[in-house]
Design a protein around this ligand. Structure first.
Ligand code: GLU
Length: 396
């Protein structure tokens, strides 16, 4: 990019890192102390914005990295936001609903000084959902003394959420892949063999929407393993099965495989939709797909990225491919501030417009600079943030 070293220095570390300690009364009467973080990377383009994850693997470095990725993602799809991320080190599988609520409310109280509808707006991520967002909104609203819809996004529709938010990340993944196939290969999704790692909110909806468009979903997996079926998996049945049991193990619609098998299975498109660093240098040489669509944040390690590129595999990078979620978060925030709510047709239409525009910009930049899509996406995103930082100048 020929980036001035000043901006590299300004943007390579977050603006604010808050660590909080959250004592929570457990159901058995004991008190457990949970560590949480909220990292605000940059707000040159607007309020800080990004997800909140509840996961045992959360640590300060991870949250810092994800906050920076969020800055680039929000800039790439041209939302008027900066980037942030939050996390709490906990295992939700071991928490009761009441414990999870008390933890959420205490975390909200602890990060209260730095969040707000015009300051920093959390949203769902790994281990959090609409219910967690509802508790955050309620806690914040109680503390400021007024109902505050704009403090979080990803809220349930009954509480000021947006229709289409739940499927939004998966829909964005579908839009980007479809646009890529149609514009650069003059092809269609019809009959394309797709394997998807992760069957949570992102993976499930991506699978469902791609299946609807005629793609053949040959592999799906969750944390415990997955299934493969060359003829295509019945995604609706798998969805029902997964919702009931919270795992795909023993789902009868295909052969049982490991997560490693899934990443290296025979397919045209591989969609990592779980967590970061799953495609590493050990796995990358064995990937058979021609296209990797990064539905998770940071699923490919830098070493794997190089290996995949050397193999001629096209990577549609995370900050482009999974930006549908935060885009509909933006729509939700706007609707809440306006007190005027859109219908599903409008949400889907505007999401597609944003994703198509972002893909076209990245594609054009990749052509112009003769580079891969990740480099092109970063060049555009960092360029936009740098423009805002430069125009604002230095205070005081
Ligand atoms: N957690 C999502 C992401 O990684 C959504 C963030 C948001 O909606 O603010 O992009």
């Amino acid at each position: 990019m020929g980036l001035d070293p000043l901006y590299r220095a300004l943007l390579s570390s977050p603006k604010r890192v808050l660590t909080v300690s959250c004592p929570v009364r457990m159901d058995d009467g004991t008190i457990q102390v949970f560590t949480g973080y909220r990292v605000q990377h940059n707000n040159a383009r607007g309020p800080f914005k990004g997800g909140l994850r509840f996961d045992p693997a959360v640590d300060r470095d991870e949250v810092m990295a994800l906050a920076m990725l969020q800055t680039w993602k929000n800039a790439l799809v041209d939302l008027p936001y900066g980037g942030a991320k939050g996390g709490v080190v906990c295992d939700i599988k071991t928490l009761s609903l009441g414990e999870k609520e008390r933890l959420t409310r205490r975390y909200t109280a602890e990060v209260m000084p730095i969040i707000g509808p015009m300051d920093d707006i959390p949203a769902p991520d790994l281990g959090t959902d609409g219910q967690v967002m509802a508790w955050i909104m309620d806690t914040y609203s109680m503390m400021v003394g007024r109902q505050s819809l704009g403090v979080v996004t990803g809220k349930p529709v009954a509480l000021g959420g947006s229709v289409g938010r739940e499927e939004a990340t998966g829909r964005g993944v579908m839009c980007v892949l479809k646009r890529f196939v149609e514009t650069t290969q003059h092809g269609s999704l019809e009959g394309m063999k797709i394997a998807i790692q992760g069957f949570g909110q992102v993976g499930y909806h991506a699978a469902r929407l791609l299946d609807e468009l005629g793609a053949v979903i040959v592999g799906i997996s969750d944390a415990f393993g997955g299934i493969y079926n060359e003829e295509g998996i019945d995604i609706e049945a798998a969805g029902l099965y997964y919702r009931e049991r919270r795992q795909l193990t023993d789902f009868p619609g295909g052969d049982a495989i490991t997560n490693e098998d899934l990443l290296t299975c025979e397919c045209d498109v591989l969609i990592p939709a779980a967590r970061e660093n799953t495609l590493d240098a050990n796995i990358a040489p064995h990937v058979q797909a021609k296209i990797v669509v990064e539905a998770a944040n940071g699923p490919t390690t830098p070493e794997a990225d190089e290996i995949l590129r050397d193999l001629g595999i096209t990577i549609l990078p995370d900050i482009l491919a999974n930006a549908g979620g935060v885009t509909v978060s933006y729509f939700e925030w706007v609707q809440g501030l306006d007190n005027y709510f859109w219908d599903l047709t409008r949400v889907r239409g505007e999401l597609q417009r944003v994703m198509d525009r972002a893909f076209d910009a990245v594609n054009a930049k990749a052509d112009e600079a003769d580079c891969d899509y990740r480099t092109a996406a970063y060049t555009i995103a960092i360029g936009r943030v740098v423009d805002a930082v430069r125009l604002k100048g230095l205070f005081p």
